[in-house]
Design a binder for this molecule. Structure first.
Ligand code: ATP
Length: 231
């Protein structure tokens, strides 16, 4: 499998002098296209900080991140912004949908940000709503949808830019067990493909079975990367 992400000796600290604490310390790992990599570990172990550095949100204090063989932190600020918009899709626990927009408008936001024509953006958004099985809900406000449906809208919105890298932060934490598993089945069967790498940060052990590999963090370090036995 081709390497999607290669992180080398990534380090991020907060505070200075005696107050300096390491959120992530010398973490190295590779992730591959076509896999779902879970990032697990206790609260405060550095998961969010690590993913922020990988996705072009937070500049590391040292170390490098290559995404699809591009050293992202050597890019200019404009190029990094473009990288975030074009290469990375985010899905959050509480969906982050705008309540006053329709579901189609919510999904179209990344395209509008890219200055694409409004009507064309809505048409494209409807296509991705169809992909997640919600075409008939395109005109509804998010509040009219169930939690699982709202999560699928958030997935559709992450997909419109056709990102290489999809990052899910606690995607099932607000969902009941069955709905969470249905979302994960959907992600594995319909969203994952050979030119996409999916990273999932989660505490939800009910969905661990969907990991191709699991990376465990503790105190800012990776303590283990495990391949699931049945994979
Ligand atoms: N902006 C910041 N300023 C100071 N310290 C920070 C900042 N962001 C994170 N930290 C610290 O870095 C460490 C790692 O935080 P991080 O949010 O990456 O952990 P996490 O594993 O994602 O936790 P959780 O599972 O609770 O989201 C924590 O000790 C946290 O307090």
């Amino acid at each position: 499998m081709d390497t999607a992400i290669s992180a080398k000796e990534l380090t991020k600290w907060f505070g200075e002098g005696d107050l300096r604490t390491y959120a992530v310390k010398e973490v190295s790992f590779d992730a591959y296209f076509g896999e779902i990599l879970f990032v697990v570990g206790p609260s405060g172990s550095g998961k969010t900080t690590l993913l922020s550095m990988i996705s072009g949100i937070l500049r590391p204090d040292s170390g490098t991140v290559n995404v699809d063989h591009v050293d992202i932190w050597s890019l200019t600020p404009d190029q990094i912004a473009e990288f975030r918009l074009n290469k990375v899709g985010f899905v959050f626990q509480d969906y982050h949908l705008f309540p006053r927009l329709t579901t189609a408008e919510n999904v179209a936001i990344p395209l509008i940000l890219k200055k694409k024509d409004w009507n064309e953006s809505i048409r494209e958004a409807e296509h991705y709503l169809d992909v997640v099985g919600l075409k008939n809900k395109a005109q509804l406000a998010p509040v009219k949808l169930s939690g699982g449906e709202q999560q699928r809208v958030a997935i559709a919105r992450a997909l419109v830019a056709q990102p290489d890298l999809l990052i899910f932060d606690e995607p099932t934490a607000s969902l009941d067990g069955d709905t969470g598993r249905r979302i994960m089945e959907f992600v594995k069967n319909r969203i994952l493909n050979e030119s996409r790498c999916i990273l999932i940060v989660t505490h939800d052990s009910r969905i661990f079975e969907y990991a191709d590999r699991m990376m465990r963090m503790e105190d800012g370090k990776t303590v283990a990367i495990e391949k699931r036995a049945d994979h």
